[in-house]
Structure formats: C-alpha cells, structure tokens
Design a binder for this molecule. Structure first.
Ligand SMILES: *Cc1c(COP(=O)(O)O)cnc(C)c1O
Length: 357
C-alpha cells in the first residue's frame, strides 16, 4: 500500500545515536514530522518530511493571541511487534472540537488518522523493544498567519511529531485542592486542549510544589466546591466500592482515558458514576474511612495512583492496594492497548506497513 502523503525521508537518521534505555521525556524526537497548511480556506495536501526547525514572522498570530491547540496520544507495539494506535478517531474528533472553540478550521478526521498511521509507519523503528516502550505522538495546530489584530487568523499549520518514550515511571502522586486559582471555568476553554490552559496552570502548580504536593487538584471556578481534575489527568475516586468521577461540565477536559476506563468499568461490572463531587462530600467520606482509592487517568500514565490528598484543612493518606480497582483497570486498559486481551470494543487500530521505495 502506498502512502497518500508525499514522503521525504531523512538522510541523517538519529536513531543509531539514541540511547533507548535512557530516554528523558520530551527531549528525544524521532526523525520525521507531518505537516499541512491551511490557506485560502483549505488545507494543503499533507507531507511527511524530516523534523527540523521552522521559521516564522514575529507577528505570527499564535504567539500573540494564543490560537494554539494540541493532542497527545501514543503508539504501542502489540504482542506481534506491530505498531498500533489507540482510539485515534476520538483524538481526531477532539482536535476538531478544540479547533471549533478557538475559531480554528476543522481538519478532516479520516485524513488525520491516515496521517498518524503514515507517520508512525515511517518512524516505526523508533518504538524500541524495551519493555513498555511506546511512541508519544504530538499533533498540534496553530495560527501561522503574520498579522497583528484580534480576529481569527486565516492561515494555520497542523504538525505532528513523535517521541520515543519508555514505560511511565509509576510513582504515586500527592494532590492539594487549589482554593485560589482556577484552571478553567464553565463557558471558558477548559474543554479544549488549548495551549494557554497549561500556561495558566503553571503558577498554581509551582505553589502546590512549594507546599510539598506534586499537583493541584482543581475545583470549579464559581464556588470552589466541586472537584474538576488534575494537571494533565482526569480524576477518579473509589468511594465505598463505587468508582466515581466528576461529570464533565464544559470546564473539564474530556479525557479519552477517562472515557475508556468508564467503559471498562461497565464491561467488568464495576459500579461507576459520573456526577458532581463536592470537596465536602470527599472530606466526609475520608473521615468515615470510605475513600478506598484515588487515581488520575490520562494517556501518559494510564492510571496514576494518589497516595496523599489535602482538602482544605483535612489531609488524608492512602495505601496503594495491589488488588485494588485502579490496578485492575490499569491492567485491563494496558492489555487492550497491547493486544494481550481481546479488543472487543475495537479500540485498537493497526498501523499498516507501506512498501516504500
Ligand atoms: C489531555 C488531558 C487530559 C487527559 O486526556 P487523555 O485523552 O486521557 O490523555 C486530562 N486533563 C487535561 C487538562 C488534559 O489536557
């Protein structure tokens, strides 16, 4: 099968200089990137070419007014050693939802999935055989027009690059409920994977660290009462044997891991609820000894166990249970992603190998 995109392969692959045993997240990039440009009301035919620096005009809109969104996903090797994607069509849909909120153009979803497949195929050797290795995929779109003024840009760029990553180091995290700053408010851009949401979270994250906690636990922007999520993860609680996660309210990012875990719970007959969870309910449940587990859910870690949580003046510690629900869910999702258990939901999409000349 020939790729539908024009592919220029690098003559200087960096793969042999790469130490796959010691990858520092975010610093090692594979050889190629996908690029498409939006101009005069339409997207150019995408190309795959060597990853390199880009040049831009100082008045590029994205830098001044923040029209910039991204996605984050992973390609894994399945038990047969073939690369696979996990629910790529949901990432395509979410990219377009983020784009719509920031007045950016739609990118055709089928084309997006084809681009992911072609790019992962070209750099398939970058998924090493180290246990738990994967390729982190970073698609992003930004306003590339040079123009100073507050209106939606007329030119955009969509890029996708990938990074080899190792098994996510699974250390438990501590959280502190943030009572002064908000990540996102209803009606804002919290549901979009907008770059600026992260810029806004840096200061509260730094303050949480200074207080001795790994991350801020975000509360709603109106009453500082309802739990939203954590930095880059959605949040789950196991209260009295029931898995509960805040219902999405327009301010919470709709995580694909979150959605998948809810579906797995239903499939495994684990009671699961999406609803409002107030900080008062949590404090009370904690005091009554009813919070069994707390965990974050996101692409990077799948499930990240929480071992300490501060809610106003109340602090609670958790033992990480080896036979707990969160470990069970993590195992099931990981096994579906790598083909160790049957993918009855059809979540896993193989990356076909093109015959490249
Ligand atoms: C990306 C992201 C998540 C997790 O989403 P996944 O699709 O599961 O990776 C959660 N919260 C925020 C704020 C995010 O940006």
């Amino acid at each position: 099968m020939e790729s539908k995109f024009h592919i220029t392969k690098t003559n200087h692959s960096r793969i042999n200089e790469t130490d796959f045993e010691n990858l520092k997240f975010g610093t090692v990039f594979s050889d190629h990137m996908f690029e498409a440009d939006f101009k005069d009301g339409e997207w150019s035919k995408g190309v795959i070419r060597p990853l390199e620096n880009l040049s831009f005009h100082p008045a590029m809109v994205a830098l001044h007014y923040g029209q910039s969104i991204f996605e984050g996903m992973k390609a894994f090797k399945n038990v047969d050693g073939e690369p696979v994607l996990f629910r790529p069509e949901l990432h395509a849909q979410r990219l377009n939802k983020s784009a719509a909120r920031l007045c950016m153009p739609d990118f055709p979803e089928q084309e997006f999935v084809e681009a992911l497949k072609a790019l992962v195929d070209v750099d398939r050797k970058w998924i090493s055989d180290v246990e738990g290795a994967s390729l982190y995929i970073r698609p992003f779109m930004f306003a590339s027009e040079s123009f100073l003024g507050v209106r939606a840009a007329t030119e955009y760029k969509l890029l996708i690059f990938t990074m080899p990553v190792n098994k996510y180091y699974d250390h438990p995290v501590s959280l502190i409920a943030e009572e002064k700053y908000v990540r996102a408010a209803e009606g804002g851009v919290g549901e979009a994977k907008a770059s600026g949401n992260y810029a806004a979270s840096l200061l509260p994250a730094k303050l949480a660290k200074e207080k001795g906690f790994d991350q801020a636990l975000w509360l709603d922007g109106k009453e500082f009462k309802y739990i939203q999520e954590v930095g880059t993860m959605n949040i789950f609680f196991v209260i009295d044997g029931v898995v509960v996660t805040p219902a999405t309210d327009g301010a919470i990012l709709k995580g694909i891991t979150r959605k998948s875990l809810i579906e797995i719970c239903k499939d495994m007959d684990i009671s699961v609820e999406e609803r409002k969870i107030s900080i008062d309910e949590l404090i009370e449940a904690g005091k009554d000894g009813k919070i069994d587990e707390v965990f974050g859910a996101g692409t990077a870690a799948v499930v990240s166990h929480v071992n300490r949580m501060k809610l106003r003046d109340y602090e609670i510690n958790f033992e990480i249970k080896e036979d707990g629900i969160s470990k069970k869910l993590k195992k099931q999702l990981t096994n579906i992603r790598t083909g160790k258990v049957e993918d009855k939901f059809n979540w896993v999409v193989p990356v076909p190998s093109a015959i490249l000349v």
